[in-house]
Design a protein around this ligand. Structure first.
Ligand code: GDP
Ligand code: MG
Length: 439
């Protein structure tokens, strides 16, 4: 999708003025692109109609930079289609707030239950209780318990010999007694929608009106996701959608369709298997991503959350005064690592989707571990004055870190190159500053 749209936009970018025929041609390609991305036909038609109406009108014709204007219209419409602003969680005024997770088997319910609890605790300061109500998959209760342990969160379970409705009922009582303020119910799923399951979910739902019923959908399932969403919405009623596995190749075809067909907001997106890989859904960012502008905002947010600003300043000072050591290098490495798997970060960079093979690229995190091991094996003196690292010292470090002398040489060279580069950059900055001062 991104490539197609970008190709089309590229064509228009080169022109000074856009004719009606251009818009028509562009919309034909947009249409292809969306269909190719598995967007529902009905949604595509509406999208193309809306964009054409806006684009053919004066807005585009009179604009000074028609290309930009069209990009904006396409992006605005995509954003609109996905629901405008992001939505919040509806907390009950009388706790506990009940959140029910529903969806097909393998969509990511159990995983998302854990991730969501983690978000609720961290961002909303809540005390969540997880209820294990999937008694059909033998390992399901265990899976949730493992997740609970991992996050140090309580899981309410009564095994698999008692009905899910009964489990949830007891779980809700327990939550009330123990003053949990949020309860997340992990329910069973089937491979396909079936009546028995729907009835069970309806019965659970009837126990106490949930504040949220989140449908968990696998983004990789494309068109099917829309049917599933429609079905669940009609038979049990949902309040929002969590789109999982967006860390995969799919670029959001499902996100486009689900919202416009069910009218239910996408609230979160799953970006990986780890427990911190759940993010609020930002329609605008998603639109940018679809258009190939990269998910810069997410990236910036991630970087901000993890890199301590004061430390960054300190580091800059060290570069300037040339007192940057391997210890600082080590600290920088660990900050980069905190941002998450490097290959995920790379994919968010603008234009990343144009680099062939990046989908399959795995940044060698082992290499980073090796670098760390090497630095740990250095003495304090060696870390501050790497020039003293001679042959015997290299041998010792290699032995201590389980690496080779070539590894050590490579790292030393990288470190020197980096220092040189930083020196050049700070010199340039200094010159810039001087110039500014002198009128
Ligand atoms: P459930 O049957 O709906 O409860 O699905 P699970 O929570 O057991 O998840 C099924 C599989 O999908 C597991 O292997 C999860 O690790 C994986 N999964 C869930 N969410 C995501 C996600 O956002 N990204 C990726 N890559 N995998 C996910
Ligand atoms: Mg499950």
């Amino acid at each position: 999708l991104a490539e197609r749209l970008q190709g089309t936009i590229q064509k228009i970018k080169g022109k000074g003025k856009i004719s009606e025929a251009d818009v028509k041609e562009m919309m034909r390609e947009v249409r292809y692109a969306l269909l190719e991305a598995d967007v529902n036909l009905k949604v595509v038609k509406e999208f193309v109609k809306n964009v054409s109406e806006r684009a053919v009108g004066q807005e585009v014709m009179k604009s000074l930079t028609p290309g930009q204007q069209v990009i904006k219209i396409v992006k605005d419409e995509l954003t609109q289609l996905m629901g405008g602003e992001q939505s919040q969680i509806a907390f009950s005024s009388r706790p506990p707030t009940v959140i029910m997770m529903v969806g097909l088997q393998g969509a990511g319910k159990t995983t998302t239950t854990g991730k969501l609890a983690n978000v609720l605790r961290k961002k909303y300061n809540k005390k969540p209780l997880l209820i294990a109500a999937d008694i059909y998959r033998p390992a399901a209760v265990k899976q949730l318990e493992t997740i609970g342990k991992q996050l140090s969160l309580p899981v309410f379970q009564l095994g698999t010999d008692i009905s899910p409705v009964e489990i949830v009922k007891k779980g809700l009582e327990h939550a009330k007694e123990e003053h949990y303020d949020v309860v997340i119910v992990d329910t069973a799923g089937r491979l396909h929608i079936d009546e028995t399951l729907m009835q069970e979910l309806k019965d659970i739902r009837a126990l106490k009106e949930p504040d949220e019923v989140f449908l968990v959908v696998d983004a990789m399932t494309g068109q099917d996701a829309v049917n599933v969403a429609n079905n669940f919405n009609e038979s049990i009623g949902i309040t929002g959608v969590v789109l999982t596995k967006l860390d995969g190749d799919t670029r959001g075809g499902a996100a486009l369709s689900i919202r416009s067909i069910t009218q239910k907001p996408i609230k979160f997106v799953g970006m990986g298997e780890k427990m911190d890989a759940l993010e609020p859904f930002h329609p605008e960012r998603m639109a940018s991503r679809i258009l190939g502008m990269g998910d810069m905002m997410s990236l910036i947010e991630k970087a901000q959350a993890n890199v301590d600003e004061e430390k960054a300043k300190e580091l800059e000072e060290k570069f300037r005064t040339q007192s940057f050591t391997f210890d600082d290098f080590l600290e920088q490495l660990s900050q980069v690592k905190q941002m998450g798997p490097l290959d995920e970060i790379l994919k968010m960079l603008p234009g990343a989707n144009k680099i062939k093979g990046l989908e399959n690229a795995k940044v060698d995190e082992k290499q980073m571990d090796r670098v760390e091991a090497i630095i740990y094996s250095m003495t304090t003196q060696e870390k501050t004055n790497p020039e003293i690292i001679n042959g015997p010292r290299k041998k010792r470090i290699a032995k201590g870190s389980g690496t080779t002398i070539q590894d050590i040489n490579r790292l030393l060279k990288q470190f020197e190159d980096m220092k040189k580069m930083m020196k050049q950059m700070t010199n340039m900055q200094q010159k810039g500053k001087k110039k500014m001062k002198m009128p």
